[in-house]
Design a protein. Structure first.
Length: 261
């Protein structure tokens, strides 16, 4: 058992100390724990600040604290340090410049917002994805982001709450899944979405992912150390996936995409 989707309090909507996450993971019998907190972003407008992500000035402390724990617990668990981030075309280069000196192990992509967050016309994919154009934009932006080659996996690929024409949904998600398969990039079955009754995981999506033969990982998306101890939810998600004939890949099968140094 491993988990590459773990947050910390620095994103303003998680609880628990860094150490509590590590100890919970060890207690749960995990061999690998990856931290991927919501990364800082940089916007060209000074009056906008996103409250669900880390402030830039906390990034060094994040990496320092986790490196200490990595060393301290090296006999018990392998700790990886990364970020979860959206792909915002207009600010992506700035973001990549910012993270370079942090020497992170990996990035996962979680496209919560379509557009650029601060721009007029941006919207939250898990709530406002109500129109055909929106779901197409989501898939376009995800594919463009994946093509940067820096992401190790795609978190909650099925975050969109679109409930319109189902054939159109299937066509768009087929496009996304085929692209992920071509890149050999795993898709995450999100345990937090499962336990908190969100609109994802979406059964229609996972049927498509299964048919196309996408690689799958389970991600706790832990915002609380206790989430890592929820072996019941983990087992239920495994059962759900088995309904689609999907078995999550082992950690050794994940290709960790190197970041520019
Ligand atoms: Zn979060
Ligand atoms: Zn997350």
């Amino acid at each position: 058992m491993y988990n590459l989707h773990t947050h910390t309090t620095r994103c303003n909507h998680a609880v628990g100390t860094d150490r509590e996450y590590v100890e919970a993971a060890i207690h749960a019998g995990m061999t690998v724990l990856g931290f991927s907190d919501h990364c800082p972003q940089f916007f060209p407008v000074s009056d906008y600040y996103s409250h669900f992500r880390m402030r830039p000035e906390l990034a060094e402390d994040y990496v320092y604290s986790l490196r200490q724990l990595k060393k301290e617990y090296e006999k018990d668990i392998k700790i990886l340090i990364g970020f979860e981030t959206e792909y915002y075309p207009k600010t992506f280069r700035r973001f990549m410049r910012f993270i370079k000196p942090l020497e992170l192990d990996y990035l996962i992509m979680g496209q919560h917002i379509v557009g650029n967050e601060y721009d007029f016309g941006s919207y939250y994919a898990g709530r406002d994805c109500l129109h055909r154009e929106y779901i197409k934009e989501y898939v376009d932006q995800v594919i463009e982001g994946l093509n940067t080659g820096v992401f190790t996996y795609l978190a909650h690929p099925d975050i969109v709450n679109y409930e319109g024409d189902i054939e159109y949904y299937k066509a768009q998600m087929t496009r996304l899944c085929k692209h992920a398969r071509k890149m050999k990039l795993p898709l995450e079955y999100n345990i937090l979405g499962y336990t908190s009754g969100k609109c994802y995981p979406n059964p229609i999506f996972w049927r498509i992912a299964s048919e196309i033969g996408c690689k799958t990982v389970l991600g706790f998306d832990a915002h609380n150390p206790l989430a890592l101890l929820n072996s019941h939810a983990y087992a239920e998600c495994l059962d759900e996936l088995s309904l689609y004939g999907i078995e999550p890949i082992r950690f050794s099968e994940i290709k960790i995409r190197a970041l520019p140094r």
